[in-house]
Ligand binder design. Structure first.
Ligand SMILES: NC(=O)c1ccc[n+]([C@@H]2O[C@H](COP(=O)([O-])OP(=O)(O)OC[C@H]3O[C@@H](n4cnc5c(N)ncnc54)[C@H](O)[C@@H]3O)[C@@H](O)[C@H]2O)c1
Length: 299
């Protein structure tokens, strides 16, 4: 089939593209390359139709989407600290851009699988987090993702099939350093023989999921009969940031001691997915444990 992947040269999008190609699908990447990198798709360039464009460019998008069989929408601005400073820009790309995708999907009768985020929940009163927990994002980035979910519901009611995947902490090779998650940051410190910097006391809990597992759940969602859902995408297993630092130091074989710094604004305390619904609705569960994922990717 012919799929469009927005944000396809970014971290997660590039793994989705490679997974689609390895399953014999045709892929058009839509990306303005503000954060994406061609290196993320090295070796696959010949097989991909690249369209360098902004998702805010509705007319250009229309032409590309008109002859596709489905859209994997990953393009977004993703930095929590930056979202406090550039609220309007975040709203424009993440919300107006996403509505462009939903509108075109409606016009051409195409299914959308798109990247939501665990940030829609904010700080919850208990974990693991179920999909129907209260949504209370604590940063402007999370607010844009919640606005997208409201739009998804609106467009579903207008006849569009939409699956929103609420990714928890996705890790792997290819994250843009300035905007990278904690695993890439720790890895960069460790590689440079520097101690990883832990925010606060490191007791924050996260649910880390491999980007390869995330690529698979995207295609499964597209192929499933489900036509409207928001699904938690994590492992259901928790790791504290401090445990992560010590695990990565151990795997590196180096002798380093983490150092501690103050917590940035907008960081949630505890994040753990209840992954029952993804299993029930589309038959997906993670396959790669954190330790194996870290070994495969980094050590
Ligand atoms: N990485 C995570 O742990 C995580 C967690 C939850 C949700 N998400 C979501 O997953 C998606 C992918 O995130 P990622 O980590 O791969 O980020 P990323 O920054 O690596 O990828 C985003 C891509 O979108 C492109 N892009 C940004 N603005 C654009 C625009 N206006 N027009 C066209 N392209 C544009 C960028 O160039 C980049 O290639 C995002 O929607 C993000 O919010 C990621």
């Amino acid at each position: 089939m012919k799929f469009v992947v927005t944000g396809g040269s970014g971290f997660i999008g590039s793994y989705i593209v490679k997974h689609l190609l390895s399953n014999d699908h045709q892929v058009t990447v839509v990306d303005n390359f503000c954060r994406g990198r061609l290196e993320n798709l090295a070796g696959f360039e010949e097989k991909i139709d690249f369209q360098k464009l902004d998702i805010l460019d509705y007319d250009a998008l229309k032409e590309i989407i008109s002859d596709s069989d489905g859209i994997f929408h990953q393009a977004a601005l993703t930095s929590v600290p930056e979202s406090f400073i550039q609220k309007e820009k975040y709203h424009s790309v993440n919300v107006v851009g996403t509505e462009n995708i939903f509108k075109l999907a409606r016009d051409f009768g195409i299914k959308v699988v798109y990247a939501s985020s665990s940030s829609v929940y904010g700080n919850t009163t208990s974990i693991p987090i179920k999909e129907d927990f209260k949504k209370n994002p604590i940063n402007p980035y999370g607010i844009t993702k919640l606005d997208d979910e409201k739009l998804a519901e609106k467009y579903y009611n207008l006849g569009v099939s939409i699956i929103g995947l609420r990714y928890f902490n996705v890790y792997g090779i290819g994250q843009t350093n300035d905007y990278a998650g904690v695993i890439t940051k720790f890895y960069d410190y460790i590689q440079a023989d520097k101690p990883p910097i832990i925010f606060d006391d490191g007791s924050q809990i996260r649910d880390f999921v491999s980007v390869e597992d995330v690529a698979k759940v995207n295609l499964l969602s597209m192929q499933s009969n489900a036509d409207f859902a928001f699904l938690n995408i994590g492992t259901g297993i928790t790791t504290s940031v401090k445990e992560l630092a010590y695990l990565m130091i151990k795997l590196s074989g180096k002798s380093l001691e983490p150092i501690f710094d103050k917590l940035p604004q907008g960081d949630v305390k505890e994040s753990q997915a209840d992954v029952t619904l993804a299993k029930k609705l589309i038959g997906w569960t993670y396959e790669i444990s954190l330790e194996n994922g870290l070994k495969n990717f980094f050590f």
